[in-house]
Design a protein around this ligand. Structure first.
Ligand code: TXA
Ligand code: MG
Length: 335
């Protein structure tokens, strides 16, 4: 059931007391806390098991609230906010002094976005303050796209969940560097470099997968590193033409995520839509479903990777398949 005024009032009370509230967005569910309350922000890191050097996105109701979060608001930010907000574009800007260091992992910049979901816009207006909101999953795991997914990870005592139905876009927002020098995509998402470039009237540096760096201080974009969005079951990404031979070599049972074919028994199949936006919207729920089926292996058939949304999907698939299953150890702070 979609949250109404009563649930929003309860969520505001929880936030005012320094508690945590999961909120729906068009991308994935966020794990919300008062962005101006350092202790509440620390509780978000603790509950997720998130490394302290991976900064959080601050969610705002509108451009006016965003201006309070950033120390500088360039003309480019205004243009992009007008064109894409509320929506899946996160802007990285110099941080205002009122934003606690915990939010930005001690760094001088802050990521800010206005989510396109009426429940969360109502929440932000009723609360009257910005909210941090990493995806509402344990660090490194698959992001939640339904309220039920959030409840699978956290208890109602830990997190008050606002139900806003399934997320429309299904993958995380595009993150854009706007804190000096040319605008640059730090994380690919539903809005691509070309769309941004058209609005700005200047070139935008496309996303480049980061080379692994040995020391990850509040990095340019820590979330870019491998081993993220990972199911617990071993997950591999294979070409469509290799699915059959892969299955022949598999001992035990595999779940195949496929656009085109059904796997022979004992393997099972989850079919995904061939439209890129529909594929993205379904992907995380499908990975969770595959994980829950206790198969020995998840085989993801590589979708035809052309076009903007596919680029963001390909990024998530690479990470889902990158990590050894169940690896929650330190090392790479890619969670
Ligand atoms: O769609 C989304 O963005 C969702 C919904 C809930 O809004 N949120 C989300 O948050 O995906 P999270 O914490 O899972 O991912 C935030 C990403 C990470 O890759 C992080 O490194 C990057 O944004 N980020 C945050 N602050 C940054 C900053 N100051 N500079 C560069 N990257 C930053
Ligand atoms: Mg996340």
């Amino acid at each position: 059931m979609t949250a109404g005024p009563e649930e929003i009032a309860a969520a505001v009370a929880r936030l005012r007391a320094g508690g945590l509230v999961a909120f729906p967005t068009e991308t994935v569910y966020g794990l919300g806390a008062d962005a101006l309350n350092a202790e509440a922000v620390r509780a978000v890191f603790a509950l997720k098991g998130r490394p302290a050097n991976n900064p959080l996105i601050v969610h705002v109701a509108d451009e006016a609230m965003a201006r309070g979060v950033a120390a500088a608001w360039p003309e480019q930010a205004s243009r992009l906010a007008r064109a894409f907000w509320p929506g899946p574009l996160t802007l990285v800007l110099p941080k205002a002094p009122t934003i606690p260091d915990e939010v930005t992992a001690g760094g001088p910049t802050v990521a800010v976005r206005c989510p396109a979901h009426h429940v969360t816009l109502s929440l932000l207006l009723a609360f009257g303050r910005p909210l941090v909101g990493p995806s509402a999953n344990p660090s490194g795991r698959v992001s939640p796209t339904t309220a039920e997914h959030v409840r699978e990870s956290f208890t109602e005592a830990q997190v008050y969940v606002l139900d806003g139905g399934p997320c429309r876009a299904g993958i995380e927002s595009t993150v854009l560097w706007l804190a000096g020098g040319p605008p640059r995509i730090l994380r690919p998402g539903p809005i691509d470099a070309e769309q941004i470039s058209r609005v700005l009237g200047e070139p935008v540096e496309p996303y480049q997968a980061a080379a692994p760096s040995p020391s990850e201080q509040p990095a340019a974009s820590p979330g870019q590193l491998a081993t993220h969005y990972a199911p617990r079951t071993r997950t591999i990404l294979v070409e469509g033409s290799d699915v059959e031979s892969t299955l022949q070599q598999t001992t035990g049972r595999a779940v195949v995520l496929s656009l085109t074919r059904d796997a022979p028994p004992p393997h099972t199949t989850i079919r995904l839509p061939s439209d890129p936006a529909a594929y993205a919207a379904r992907l995380y729920a499908a990975l969770r479903e595959a994980d829950a089926s206790h198969a020995d292996l998840i085989v993801v058939e590589r979708p035809p990777l052309t076009g903007p949304v596919w680029e963001a999907v390909a990024d998530r698939l690479r990470r889902a398949a990158a990590g050894p299953a169940g690896d929650e150890s330190g090392g790479k702070s890619a969670r």
